[in-house]
Design a protein. Structure first.
Ligand SMILES: Nc1ncnc2c1ncn2[C@@H]1O[C@H](COP(=O)(O)OP(=O)(O)OP(=O)(O)O)[C@@H](O)[C@H]1O
Ligand SMILES: [Mg+2]
Lengths: 397, 630, 266
């Protein structure tokens, strides 16, 4: 314990190909203690990317250094640490974050202090839409984009009576609202007959399951995740909630959420996720998969991709920029296209959203654990907000 | 919605099962509090440990009925042993500290167990097996009822009955009951108190562990279990009456029923239900359903020294503190300014809590409400009403004042831990309203873009502004403490009976103190919102309230410098060590060291250190100082 | 303030009763107390003396009966309201403000008396300092003004309580065992002081006391309470001679009048 505790999180190894030059420092922050289960693979992802970048000579001929900090899951702490990274550690840009509210807080800070921020995981549409700003870019497909991907599949189901269950906070509310809009646009005949809002990580699963059952829906849209999901699934199966009903479920196909369910992973749910076990033959994905397994001895999870790709994007922007000034870095991020394990990804300039997509498929059981089958990769570019919508929602620059 | 009889019965049975689970954990906490008067914040951690140990042990044992139930029992006993060990190693050393001080140590234990669990079990949550033989569901009136639920429904009352037997049929149990009713008496009976406390901790922790282990078949075991359950468990214990095991069961049932039926009517209300129930119960019955009034006046006041005007040494210390802050701000690099700004704000917040806690004798578990309400008010004024910074800063604390006046009116009708729990209920209700009213407050996405006016935009200027306002506020608080109001407030705290007998409306003075304290928390809140540029519901949630509580207690309740020292060291040290991996473990150890070395807080510890040095160096104070003998 | 209406009694109690569960602590107690009178209420342990006091100043609500103070019905009034009318008291178990200095204890009463307790910005240390010193002087505590109250000896605490009780120039003082725990000389001194206060300021005093020497020497009149009922009333001689009183103190009661020693109180 003591030895582990003594290992500094901040002073990161520079990777193997460290050059004599002064390193270029970038500041990373995330909820490492509060959201350990989800940020752990993410961290492994970017550590791999860092190693690769520095092994290949770093950026601009200098080594890249990541100063990584824990925000303790609190927006105010995150803002203070962002401030510290910028002023004390003199990083050239900020990146990271998992929770939407922290992403938004750091984004606002970035606009105020005029520093580039590349949001890795926060999903809230607001990061690039209602509360978007020129200094903030986001990698992962937003809640809205993923809800549209799911709605497209859901629209093909016969179900007309829908019920929703989502954790009672902004992400859950957003995810339900976006899905409703998207589905009703495609299928004006559906109706939403009930909704449940358990507190985040506080679900009273039995009561929630029974309340959903009581409204007799034909299909259920689920947004719960993590511990809530496990309880919900276990209780729902015991009480026969899912019998004869379609379930459409956001993020559930991601290994972070699917693996902990073990043999109890639900079958046949329509989900967004990451079918990592099937991607070994994908020429884009293969090198990443192999390198990751070689370094960490386990399969990557979705967070791994996010961490890996975000740092690659950051490196690409630094390489492309004319100088390390914020202005030039921001200019470099706009329309930046770079290679990733899912092929080329671009940060669109009108809303600073990346075209990274998501895998949509069905869950199934294989060897006593949940996997994704019948999946396809939905390119984020096809689900982004329309330019008109962006113009209408995003604050004028 | 089909609200037929079967459905209602099903919902009722689900509530009964939840109640049993909650009761197991709550009963342990209630017993521990009843005997030791420790507000054991680490009880949720024992619950989490029970779940992890239960998971691991049942995995290791051969599968089957015996393996599962045997493993569950072993896990419970193991947690009991851990609890007893913590009592012996840490808590036993600080029983003589001021009221609630032990809470600081239990908070440190939360941090330590968090990181130790992370280290041992890793970050990934574990989904344990279902209970063998009870993994299906039976149909009752056409409703599926999980077999395991039926087992839980039975286990709750069985454990209740066992506890009753132990308490009424064994000598040990009779002692526990006697101690719960009158702590002095146990000493008089010549009972070995340490032994009693340790065994009580064993039983209480084992019950928490049992509760945790029994959750394994119901939910995945995760690192969030401790904090997720602790607030609700406290609510149950308080509703039932602290120290009452039967009360805990009734309260658990009440909460579970409100939860189960509440979400049918108003799904969004689930966040606030337990706290609303608690507030209503405490307003009607200030000591919970089965509780008794806390006997005896405050013991802590006895050791407190009279308030004296600031002498030369203390004035010098203040100047040194301000100089140190300015030095940190202007010489400590650009980030020094930010940290110094934070320290000023947090110090003011802690000082506002100290005002009601130290002078008024009212501990608050929900002081962040007034900090946050004011911050939100400033954010509204700045964004919706388009006010510039200074007017917004000036007006916003009025919101805190009104809120404090409203909630304070109810809170001062209770005393001690019950009062503290009412403040917590108030804060949680405010929090859930802010959280829920996302149309106005942005929900947990918060309100962004609340930055200072142009002239105060630079970090340095904003720091100076904060320092000026903060210093003025602190001086004002000091003046109030030394004014007739402050004196009479302390008098009411020292001896309510005597104060009433000389014409003092003690409750009204406490109410006024609540409001004053809320206003100053509000001033800290507005300084905060413009420093961060944003405000989120987290700022009025439990962790922020507890941070302030820890700062005050760690710093030393009995000293005017306590909150300032506590706030500054807490903020600075946490900022420094949060760069390390497993920093919470280290932070927890540090807190425990402080708690053991300075049971009267940092301020008291420093004072004793100073006296020790002075005695060694052979010089004496010229002023006749009564404190020498204390 | 100290001018009492000459026409009526200061305190008039009629039919006062209180029971705790089945225990009739006080039963149909009636008596009156005149201006400038020093009246003793005696009785064995548990007779109901403190319970009586608690009903007089409003700490306890009587089950039945009336308390009239200077012509005004104060039954069920709160202690702080009764105090404002001029009814002060000391406690059997001394009640002071332990975190304060001796003089601050008195200043609190003065601040309250002058209704300045909500003042937020003036300096409390200077509030009524001279007056407080005079009061301490009166009870012989002038030298201890700046001592920490928590370190006072028991007898000093009793005297401090008296100073505090005098702060609002009461018309009536209720003193519950004012000399308990004091050395015999100090007892006499304190009761002499009480007698002086009665004589000089026209204050009436009702006190309970176990030391019969003190009672017989200073009381103008004596009430004897047993099992909640008044069994005798009259001058020292009359009480000394009363057969029922002798019986209570020798037989059913605990102690013989006059034989009582000072009992320590925790
Ligand atoms: N709050 C209470 N609840 C229940 N019983 C009480 C209470 N206060 C007093 N009693 C009972 O009422 C009776 C009278 O008590 P009280 O204290 O008035 O006696 P006392 O004459 O003052 O005795 P002492 O000389 O010991 O002070 C006693 O039997 C006592 O036990
Ligand atoms: Mg008495």
């Amino acid at each position: 314990m003591a030895a582990a505790a003594a290992a500094m999180l901040g002073a990161t190894a520079l990777g193997t190909g460290a050059l004599a030059e002064e390193p270029i420092k970038v500041g990373e922050l995330n909820s490492y203690t509060r959201m350990a289960a989800f940020t752990d693979p993410y961290k492994k992802g970017w550590e791999l990317a860092l190693e690769e970048i520095n092994a290949a000579g770093g950026v601009r001929g200098r080594p890249l250094e990541v100063i990584s900090r824990d925000d303790d899951g609190k927006p105010a702490d995150a803002v203070r640490i962002a401030e510290e990274l910028v002023s004390e550690d003199e990083v050239v840009l900020l990146w990271g974050t998992f929770l939407s509210n922290i992403g938004l807080a750091v984004a606002d800070f970035a606009a105020q202090r005029e520093v580039l921020f590349v949001a890795a995981e926060p999903l809230s549409d607001a990061v690039t839409m209602e509360k978007g700003n020129p200094y903030t870019f986001r990698l992962r497909p937003s809640t809205g984009m993923q809800a549209r991907m799911l709605a497209e599949v859901a629209a093909k189901l016969p179900a007309k009576r829908w019920a929703t269950v989502a954790p009672n906070y902004a992400y859950g509310q957003d995810a339900v609202a976006k899905f409703k809009t998207a589905l009703t646009a495609l299928r004006p005949d559906v109706e939403f007959v009930g909704e449940q809002w358990p507190g985040l990580f506080k679900i009273d699963a039995a009561a929630t399951v029974r309340a959903l059952d009581a409204v007799e829906p034909e299909a259920i849209y689920n947004v719960t995740f993590g511990g809530d999901l496990a309880k919900f699934v276990r209780e729902g199966q015991l009480r026969g909630l899912f019998k004869g009903r379609d379930v459409v479920s956001l993020l559930t196909g991601e290994p972070e959420y699917l693996l902990p369910l073990g043999a109890e992973a639900p079958e046949g749910w329509i989900v967004t996720g990451y079918p990592v076990e099937d991607l070994g033959d994908d020429p884009n994905h293969k090198p990443f998969l192999e390198a990751y397994q070689a370094k960490w001895g386990e399969l990557p999870q979705l967070g791994s991709i996010v961490g890996y790709v975000t740092l690659k994007a950051v490196a690409a922007a630094i390489e492309k920029a004319e100088s390390l000034e914020t202005e030039d870095l921001v200019a470099a991020m706009e329309n930046l296209t770079f290679d990733s394990p899912v092929g080329p990804v671009t940060f669109r300039d009108i809303d600073n959203q990346a075209t990274l997509g998501a895998w949509v498929g069905r869950t199934a059981l294989k060897d006593g654990r949940g996997v994704m089958v019948d999946w396809s990769y939905a390119d984020g570019a096809d689900y982004m907000a329309s330019p008109e919508e962006v113009a209408a929602t995003r604050p004028a620059e | 919605m089909t609200l037929d009889l079967g459905f209602l019965l099903g919902q009722f049975l689900a509530a009964l099962a939840s109640a049993s689970a909650l009761f197991l954990v709550a009963s342990g906490l209630s017993i521990i509090f009843g005997v030791t008067r420790i507000v054991n914040f680490a009880h949720g951690s024992f619950y989490m440990l029970g779940a992890y140990l239960g998971y691991t042990i049942t995995e290791a044992l051969p599968t089957g009925v015996l393996g599962f139930w045997g493993g569950t029992l072993v896990a419970a006993l193991a947690v009991g042993v851990i609890g007893a060990a913590i009592e012996i190693v840490v808590l036993r050393r600080i029983y003589r500290s001021p009221e609630l001080f032990q809470l600081v140590a239990t908070f440190a234990i939360v941090l330590i167990i968090q990181d130790a669990t992370l280290y041992v079990w890793g970050p990934v949550e574990r989904l344990g097996p279902r209970a063998p033989g009870l993994d299906g569901a039976v149909q009752i009136l056409g409703e599926y009822v999980p077999e395991y639920d039926l087992a839980l429904i039975a286990i709750g009352p069985v454990v209740l009955g066992l506890i009753w037997l132990v308490f009424h049929r064994t000598r040990w149990g009779v002692l526990v009951r006697a101690a719960t009713e009158d702590r002095e008496m146990v000493g008089a009976l010549g009972v070995n108190q340490s032994w009693l406390f340790t065994t009580v901790f064993f039983l209480g922790s084992a019950l928490a562990g049992l509760g945790g282990a029994l959750q394994v078949p119901r939910e995945s075991v995760s690192l969030l279990m401790d904090l997720n359950i602790i607030a609700e468990v406290f609510v149950v214990v308080v509703i039932g009456g602290m120290g009452s095991v039967l009360g805990a069961y009734v309260a658990a049932l009440l909460i579970a029923l409100f939860n189960a039926f509440g979400i049918l009517i108003l799904p969004e209300i689930s966040l606030a239900v337990p706290f609303i129930v608690m507030a209503v119960v405490l307003i009607a019955r200030p000591w919970g359903l089965f509780g008794r009034p806390e006997s005896g006046e405050h013991q802590q006041a006895l050791s407190e020294e009279p308030l004296r005007p600031l002498g030369l040494a203390r004035r010098a210390a203040i100047l040194a503190g301000v100089a140190g802050l300015a030095g940190l701000a202007f010489l400590g690099g650009r980030y020094g300014v930010v940290l110094a700004t934070d320290i000023v704000i947090v110090s003011l917040f802690a000082a506002s809590l100290h005002f009601m806690m130290g002078l008024g004798g009212m501990a608050s578990f929900g002081h962040a409400a007034y900090f946050g309400i004011s911050a939100y008010a400033a954010a509204f004024l700045a964004t919706y009403a388009g006010l510039s910074m200074l007017p917004a800063m000036l007006l916003a604390p009025v919101a805190a004042m009104l809120a404090a006046a409203f909630f304070g009116w109810f809170c001062v009708r209770s005393t001690g831990v019950y009062l503290a729990m009412l403040t917590l209920a108030a804060a949680q209700i405010v929090w859930s309203v802010v959280f829920q009213a996302s149309e106005i407050t942005g929900g947990d996405d918060g309100i962004l873009g609340v930055w200072p006016d142009k002239w105060a935009k630079s970090r340095e200027v904003y720091f100076l502004l904060t320092l000026a306002i903060g210093a003025m506020a602190l001086v004002t608080l000091q003046r109030i403490a030394h004014a007739p109001f402050g004196y009479v407030l302390r008098a009411a705290r020292d001896n309510r009976l005597r104060a009433e007998a000389v014409g003092v409306d003690t409750r009204n003075h406490q109410w006024a103190a609540f409001v004053v304290s809320g206003v100053f928390a509000g001033i800290a809140g507005v300084l905060f919102v413009f420093a961060k540029g944003s405000i989120f519901p987290d700022e009025l949630a439990i962790p922020r309230s507890f941070d302030a509580l820890l700062m005050v207690l760690l710093g030393g309740v009995q000293s005017v410098f306590g909150p300032l020292l506590g706030a500054a060291s807490f903020t600075y040290v946490r900022d420094e060590i949060s760069r390390l991996e497993y920093w919470r473990f280290i932070f927890g150890i540090l807190i425990i060291l402080v708690v053991i070395l300075a049971p009267d807080g940092i301020a008291g510890g420093l004072q004793r250190l100073w006296r020790w040095i002075a005695a060694r160096a052979g010089f004496r104070r010229v002023t006749p100082d009564k404190a020498e003998g204390a | 303030m100290s001018t009492t209406p000459a026409d009526g009694p200061v305190l008039e109690v009629s039919g006062l009763s209180k029971s705790f569960g089945g225990n009739h602590a006080v039963r149909e107690v009636s008596f009156a107390l005149g201006a400038s009178e020093l009246l003793a209420l005696i009785g064995p342990n548990g007779a109901g003396k403190t319970t009586c006091f608690n009903m007089l100043n409003g700490q306890l609500r009587p089950d039945r009966g009336r308390v009239v103070f200077c012509g005004r019905d104060i039954t069920g009034m709160r202690p702080r309201e009764a105090w404002r009318l001029g009814l002060g008291r000391t406690f059997q178990i001394t009640a002071t403000f332990p975190s304060m200095t001796v003089i601050e204890n008195v200043q609190i009463a003065l601040i309250s008396h002058e209704r300045k307790s909500y003042e937020l910005f003036s300096a409390a240390r200077r509030q009524g300092r001279a007056e407080a010193e005079a009061l301490l002087d009166r009870v012989g505590m002038a030298g201890a003004a700046d001592r920490h109250c928590a370190e006072l000896a028991y007898g000093d605490l009793k005297r401090l309580e008296l100073a505090v009780a005098l702060a609002n120039r009461p018309r009536l003082l209720l003193m519950d065992e004012p000399t308990a725990g004091m050395a015999p000389a100090a007892r006499v001194e304190l009761m002499a002081l009480a007698a002086r206060i009665v004589a000089e300021e026209g204050v009436s005093i009702l006190f309970t006391e176990h030391d019969m020497d003190v009672v017989f020497r200073h009381a103008h009149r004596i009430l004897v309470l047993n099992r909640g009922e008044i069994i005798a009333e009259g001058s020292a001689e009359a009480i000394r001679a009363d057969a029922r009183v002798r019986e209570v103190y020798l037989g059913g009661g605990t102690q013989e009048p006059g034989a009582e020693e000072a009992r320590p109180h925790a």
